[in-house]
Design a protein. Structure first.
Length: 517
């Protein structure tokens, strides 16, 4: 893999930015990809490598280390849609999606986990999928893994915050392991969330996208796609407007025509785009339905000795011990202003809690909440979606169980107190006996401090065209040359971090794209 290039060198190879648009314009390509996140980047690279002319469109701007904001709230305002304040209605669940070249890979923790075989077996059985098993997908996982250098997080960059979870799991007999991530030369800076200044994280803007450009792909940023153009059963292109970075102010119009259109805008933007395109690809009535999340809860543990949580891979250790019970355990770090959202108290009491920061470790659980469903709908104006989601009471029990397990782990590792982050319960618990209230108290959805940044299923795959939007290769049932390559095509949440699975499915979908292009 080549070293990351400067923004200027990328411009010379086919990257266009906001300042370069001086009027309305039209373009053409064999393959048009909408969205530069992990899935879209894989398709763009694969199509370019096969010799097709490729245009990759991205609404956000490119960022370089000089643009990163280490302060968490400022970083969110610059790199996240709706300034990082997007949330669902119904059960209020904060959810963050990036708006930047490289999509979520710019600001996620680089976690790349292959779901175990039983996950895909469930998908195949419930959604009539004949070719989607762990065995059939492994070669696609392998290809992505090799390209990005995915490997377990080495011990020298784990830091005490991560290794304490290993120690706890070992004491309690729970299986655990270092998290595999798309990183080369991690420095343990814990800056994944605000952008890796060391450029060690292999986000799409320094990996797949530059390689695609070397192969001839053109990358056009600051373009908001607003409509898919279609004629009968064929998509013929897209149209939209140039938008100013950060402000979103609209400008010139554009149109791009292509032989094949691939929507990889994310499981919230893709349904809105289809809905605004005459409810395209929606013969099943499933576009924008079945929204699922991995809602997450976190517990903070305060230890007697200094932990220095700012050092170490952002998320370096995990346990899949409870995957069949519905949750995955992992370590976590976020900048203090973001961590403060989960801390109880205001003003001086909150400030006093920050004195514990050097002694703190955050561990979290993400839940497989298959019964908690929602919808994505276009608003009257603009492209931001209206999200509605309801947390099913049976799924709340999954995260309640997870909170108890996290409490067990912290006290096994020697924590002197924990902050569970549950309304109606003590703000601090100083022993496992005190924490048993997590098992006995009736915890409701609104009592949890939760967020859900993994989202899926709004354009789900299904073997029956009347029950799904795409087939298992990502091609829309209703159109011959329109593909979807993002986590919206998942038929069900994957129980582990979704990026790697999305990329493997996108790698497989590229083979079908090339047959049509």
């Amino acid at each position: 893999m080549s070293v990351p290039r400067t923004l200027e060198s990328m411009r010379n190879d086919g990257l266009r930015v906001f300042a370069q648009y001086d009027g309305d314009f039209e373009e053409e390509a064999d393959v048009l990809v909408v969205g530069s996140g992990p899935c879209g980047a894989v398709v763009a690279h694969g199509a370019a490598a096969a010799g097709r002319s490729v245009i990759l469109l991205e609404e956000g701007p490119p960022f370089t280390p000089q643009d990163y904001e280490f302060e968490g709230s400022l970083s969110m305002a610059r790199t996240m849609r709706e300034a990082g304040l997007r949330r669902t209605e119904g059960t209020i669940l904060p959810t963050m999606q990036a708006i930047a070249l490289g999509g979520g890979s710019l600001v996620n923790s680089a976690i790349c986990v292959r779901p175990p075989a039983f996950i895909f077996d469930q998908w195949a059985e419930l959604f009539e999928l004949e070719h989607t098993s762990r065995e059939t997908l492994d070669r696609h996982f392998d290809a992505v893994e090799k390209f990005l250098g995915i490997a377990p997080t080495p011990e020298n960059v784990q830091g005490q915050r991560n290794l304490l979870m290993k120690e706890a799991c070992d004491k309690l007999g729970y299986s655990s392991e270092p998290i595999s991530r798309n990183v080369r030369g991690c420095k343990g800076s814990g800056e994944c969330f605000t952008g890796c200044r060391a450029r060690a994280k292999q986000s799409m803007d320094i990996s797949y996208i530059p390689e695609a450009m070397r192969l001839g792909a053109r990358v056009l940023t600051s373009l908001q796609v607003q409509r898919v153009l279609h004629e009968g059963r064929r998509a013929v292109g897209v149209e939209g407007q140039v938008v100013e970075p950060l402000s979103g102010k609209p400008g010139h119009r554009f149109r791009v025509r292509a032989r094949v259109v691939v929507l990889a805008a994310g499981c919230m933007a893709t349904p809105v785009l289809l809905q605004r395109s005459d409810d395209l690809a929606n013969g099943s009535g499933q576009v924008g339905r079945n929204l699922q999340f991995h809602p997450g809860v976190a517990v903070a543990g305060i230890f007697p000795d200094v932990v220095n949580p700012q050092f170490g891979a952002t998320q370096g250790w995990q346990s899949l011990e409870f995957l069949r019970d519905g949750f995955k355990l992992e370590t976590l770090w976020a900048p203090p202003p973001v961590s403060a959202v989960r801390m109880p108290g205001f003003g001086k009491p909150l400030l006093e809690r920050f004195h514990d920061m050097p002694y703190l470790a955050n561990w979290d659980a993400i839940g497989s909440t298959h019964r908690s469903l929602g919808t994505v709908k276009a608003r009257r104006r603009g492209m931001n979606p209206r999200l509605r989601w309801n947390f099913h009471h049976e799924d709340v029990k999954i995260l309640t169980h997870a909170l108890w397990v996290l409490a067990e782990l912290f006290f096994a590792a020697g924590a002197r107190k924990i902050i569970p982050g549950v309304m109606g319960l003590p703000a601090e618990m100083h022993s496992l006996d005190e924490a048993r209230v997590l098992q006995t108290h009736p915890i409701r959805a609104r009592d949890l401090i939760s967020a859900g940044n993994h989202a899926f299923c709004t354009t789900r795959m299904h073997g029956d065209a009347s029950l799904g939007v795409v087939d298992e290769f990502g091609r829309c049932h209703d159109l011959d040359n329109l593909f979807i390559a993002d986590t919206g095509i998942f038929p069900r949440c994957p129980s582990v971090n979704p990026m790697f699975t999305g990329m493997a499915l996108a790698h497989r979908a590229t083979e079908r794209v090339l047959e049509v292009a």
